[in-house]
Design a protein around this ligand. Sequence first.
Ligand code: KDG
Ligand code: MG
Length: 402
Amino acid sequence: MKISDAKVIICSPGRNFVTLKVHTDEGVYGLGDATLNGMEKPVAEYLENYCVPSLIGMDPRNTEDIWNFFYKAPYWKRGSVAMTALSAIDMALWDIKGKMLNTPLYNLLGGKSREGVLVYCHANGHDTEETLDKAAQMIEQGFRAVRLQSGIPGIEHTYGVPRGNKPYEPAEPGLPLTEYWDTSKYLNFIPSLFEKAREAFGDDIHLLHDVHHRCTPIEAARLAKELEPFHLFWLEDPVSGELQEGLRLLRSHSTTPVAIGEVFNSIYDYTTLITEQLIDYIRMPLVHGGGITHLLKVAAMASVYHIQTGFHGATDLSPVNLAAAVHFNKAVNNFGLQEYMPHQEIVNEVFSTSYNFENGFLFIDDKPGIGVDLDEKKAAKYPYRMASLPVNRKSDGTMFYW
Ligand code: KDG
Ligand code: MG
């Protein structure tokens, strides 16, 4: 069996998605998500100009060797662009494997550890009242875990809170906008949001919060400590995780669980965090972290240290990634929680999916492989539109971290 062709499809039903479609000489094809928000074209170029020429002629069943061909063998390795491209290749090959063996992906990863995958949704409001109203609506819809993000008094616009009544979308058309940030205003406000949320929703609902890497280690330690009475399911990206040792400070001050790594792309980003048990959940998603082959290894290493999966799953990751993540989480023993924000309705015109939400959980059907398809004619109706994530400056103008 040989790979006969591989095509990169970029479409923009409501937002940009990059999909790799790998064809074989036996007529079976597989899909992989290659979407990297704001950097869609570089991934597409990397795939088309570097990966696809080598991929053609390879035996798609050799997922391990092909993964290492694109990771270990190149002199220049890693980075978000290259790893997203590799993730897409890997996902597409596992999709083909499932279709060839006529079995859903989760069966190839160890079978069922559970039927449904617990998910969390987003409640994003301009202020406390709106955030809690949205959380109440989500709980009404059946969600058992809700992430709360709110506008901060004194900060003009807070990342992740939709402008006006637009749907959630952190990338804006064109070049990056500048947003301004004030950590002390943020730190003074957030504990009160969670205090009110616990008063409103009681103790049974899981509450989460994303810091988006905005704190220094000592600021993050203060926040995690002040949030302790409200028993968060996790505090996400409290610091920039690239300084893994920075997490030691937070850990020594607080028992608030920590999730890190949606911007990571290798097991080597996690070694200190995992082996020193400085985190509780790995956020690195299949689409940016080297696909199923690599995440199986990261999850296995994490499980030795009692750390669970908590994959990134915002709407800028395509339905192909989400479906693959549900299979993965259904299978691995150390699944923790999956992020789930339903895509806009228009996305379903292009992608037909295999998962459904019920009572706080995502379920996946038993279609072979990943179970998602893409209608190329419909995709062509929605051409790529340039959009970028914002950049951040402190209120005095200093360029700031993501
Ligand atoms: O493209 C970036 C977004 O996916 C990200 O900022 C959303 O932080 C996010 C999250 O946790 O979903
Ligand atoms: Mg995040």
